[in-house]
Design a binder for this molecule. Structure first.
Ligand SMILES: C[S@@+](CC[C@H](N)C(=O)[O-])C[C@H]1O[C@@H](n2cnc3c(N)ncnc32)[C@H](O)[C@@H]1O
Length: 381
């Protein structure tokens, strides 16, 4: 019997989409080098259309790949340019939609984050027939105004970098003639950077109550809870306590942030002091006092809790004690990691008083003196 041959039916399989080609960074760098240095849009198109899909597929971050490319030997483009080109094309992929010269769009893409604001600037530039300098000036002026707003938005002079210089102390915080009172802006910035809503904050050297004034008057900090101590309390918000005798009377693992502004006597600072006689003794005394205090901070802080301390180096003739460095070593020994360092130049009025006193000499040796404290911050690990 003739076997009935089954007719082969052809099964239609979907044609697989071509996978984005894997790349080697060196290959990519070579390909990018063939672009003209001023052809930002084409360069951006290549990065967005060809490189980024593969990047994402390989589970890499876009910036990571751009950095890898820009660190290849011989590459013409630094990371910042690659990034700008990528942004430029991503925001303005359609050349036909442009009513302004290319440079306007490049500036908008790389200087203005929000798309709504980019559109507003574009419209203004068209309506008022701006030159590129007009556009740049407007973006710059708006940015400056935004920063000023941002600074005062929180109700104090917010600083963005790690040098905090304040010529006058904010009169709302602390008592004007209190010896050792610091500009409250320092404490406010420390609270801003190192605490969060509902944190429990302790100040064992409260002095004129600067920290309490900030929490009580600046709405941004009103949800922080605080406890103040001092050996000589000046108002009812401050409890009497001598830290050297009784430590910090707080429960273990209960505090989020400690602000330490120890009295000058705790560290040897006076440039006229005869260090040669007492250097070792003063260092040993310093270590003893501060070790106890840091242990107390470690005990009362929750895990992850933070402590900031104000410290200043001491100069005396040939001798110099880098107290900020000494204290950093102590904190590390006791199990903290350092998370911040801010420089606090003294107010110009204080510096002028020192200048008037003339150049100090100790035993015929010209002595520098310190004009800058440091605010060091550590975290309990
Ligand atoms: C540098 S002042 C603090 C100033 C404070 N930050 C302010 O802005 O007003 C140091 C404070 O430590 C206090 N003090 C000195 N020895 C102390 C001790 N053994 N225990 C607790 N407080 C002490 C002093 O009374 C002084 O008010």
């Amino acid at each position: 019997m003739a076997q009935k041959l089954k007719k082969k039916t052809s099964v239609k399989r979907p044609i697989p989409k071509p996978e984005p080609k894997e790349f080697s960074i060196a290959e990519l760098a070579r390909e990018l080098n063939s672009f003209n240095v001023d052809n930002y849009w084409d360069l951006g198109k290549f990065l967005v259309d060809k490189v980024m899909p593969v990047t994402r597929k390989q589970g890499l971050f876009e910036d990571q790949v751009l950095k890898m490319i820009s660190s290849q030997p011989g590459i013409k483009f630094p990371f910042s340019i690659l990034k700008q080109c990528q942004q430029y094309y991503a925001y303005y992929p359609d050349v036909k939609k442009r009513l302004l010269p290319e440079v306007f769009y490049f500036d908008l893409a790389t200087k203005v984050d929000e798309s709504r604001r980019r559109d507003q600037y574009e419209k203004m530039a068209i309506d008022y027939k701006w030159t590129i300098s007009d556009l740049r000036k407007k973006i710059h002026d708006d940015e400056m105004a935004r920063r000023i707003d941002e600074r005062t938005k929180f109700g104090f002079d917010l600083r963005e970098r790690n040098v905090w210089a304040f010529d006058t102390a904010d009169p709302r915080f602390g008592k004007p003639n209190y010896k050792g009172r610091i500009p409250g802006q320092i404490v406010a910035n420390a609270l801003y950077y190192y605490t969060k809503p509902n944190d429990y904050v302790v100040d064992p050297f409260a002095g004129s109550g600067t920290l309490a004034d900030i929490v009580d008057t600046v709405p941004h900090f009103q949800d922080r809870k605080y406890k103040l101590y001092d050996a000589n309390p000046i108002d009812e918000r401050i409890s009497r306590n001598n830290i050297l005798l009784t430590g910090i009377p707080e429960q273990s693992n209960s505090v989020d942030y400690v602000f330490l502004d120890p009295p000058t006597e705790f560290s040897q600072k006076d440039s006229s002091t005869d260090f040669e006689v007492s250097l070792d003794a003063s260092k040993a005394d310093f270590i003893l006092k501060f070790k106890g205090m840091i242990r107390e901070c470690s005990r009362i802080l929750k895990s992850g809790g933070k402590v900031s301390i104000l410290m200043e180096p001491a100069f005396a003739g040939k001798e110099f004690i880098d107290f900020p460095n000494e204290i950093t070593q102590l904190f590390k020994e006791i199990g903290f990691k350092q998370i911040g360092k801010v420089y606090l130049p003294k107010r110009s009025s204080e510096a002028a008083m020192k200048m008037a006193a003339g150049i100090a000499e100790v035993k015929g040796i010209r002595a520098l003196s310190s004009d800058c404290k440091e605010l060091l911050t550590f975290q309990k690990t």
